[in-house]
Design a protein around this ligand. Structure first.
Ligand SMILES: Nc1ncnc2c1ncn2[C@@H]1O[C@H](COP(=O)(O)OP(=O)(O)OP(=O)(O)O)[C@@H](O)[C@H]1O
Ligand SMILES: [Mg+2]
Length: 232
């Protein structure tokens, strides 16, 4: 097995990178894939999240912090490649960090969570430029294969201001936006509190949103689920 690598990044702080990493990893884990989350944020939010899980219900993906290694975390990722189906790198928000750039050089998918508000719209250009530069670097060196990229709309709320911001985002970007959207819902921080994913509370709008995003990502990366596991 050679893992598909998804880097979840956006230099903008608080745009749901860790939420995306954890919901996606846990959901794919529950669907039978072996998933590893590389927590590269010195805040250790992903690692702490998984530690919140109760003993009888472990978080359904392996989560480990490699933040102290900085760019050298890539050596660790290489040792995981043949042991997992999917590796998700949860990047820090710091614009000066080498981690997003380094992880884009090996990723199969750059997943960029973005909240439809203007500060996120402005910051999206920086994220997008990094993806384009990484593609150029990979092509110049003839390594790394194709780097796919997509935005994931997160913490979406209803209202005219969000519609206007979403229009502004769509006008300024060149990367696709996933059709699935993650709404602003209490179930998300609740799942952090209990160290689980939203589907652990039963079927809900939140779990449906996460599963739709997960299905789209599986399709984008041509990842098949193990037999007898299903997403309906
Ligand atoms: N869909 C959502 N609905 C409600 N709250 C959310 C949602 N997504 C994220 N949050 C909350 O918003 C905050 C920021 O989310 P998160 O930590 O995932 O962002 P981040 O991009 O990883 O932040 P940082 O840049 O600090 O790493 C957290 O408190 C999280 O619980
Ligand atoms: Mg985070």
């Amino acid at each position: 097995m050679t893992a598909k690598v998804i880097t979840v990044f956006n230099q903008k702080g608080g745009c749901a990178k860790t939420m995306t990493s954890m919901q996606l990893s846990g959901t794919l884990g529950l669907w039978g894939l072996k998933v590893y989350v590389v927590d590269m944020d010195p805040q250790n939010t992903a690692a702490l999240w998984a530690l919140q899980a109760q003993q009888d219900s472990e978080f359904p993906a392996t989560v480990h912090s490699y933040a102290p290694l900085k760019a050298a975390f890539l050596n660790k990722v290489e040792t995981l490649m043949d042991k997992f189906d999917v590796i998700i790198i949860d990047c820090p928000p710091a614009i000066e960090s080498p981690v997003p750039w380094t992880s884009l050089l090996i990723a199969d998918l750059a997943l960029i969570p973005v909240v439809p508000v203007m500060d996120n719209v402005w910051a999206s250009k920086v994220a997008e430029d990094l993806v384009i530069k990484a593609r150029e670097e990979r092509a110049a060196n003839g390594v790394g294969g194709e780097l796919k990229a997509a935005y994931l709309l997160s913490m979406v709320r209803k209202g005219k201001v969000f519609d206007v911001c979403l229009d502004a985002l769509k006008q300024g970007i060149h990367l696709p936006i996933l059709s699935a959207r993650i709404g602003m819902r209490n179930a998300f921080p609740e799942s952090q509190l209990f160290g689980c994913v939203v589907s652990a509370f039963g079927k809900s709008t939140a779990s449906g949103e996460v599963e739709s995003a997960a299905r789209e990502i599986l399709k984008l990366l041509d990842i098949k689920l193990p037999k007898k596991q299903g997403t309906k």
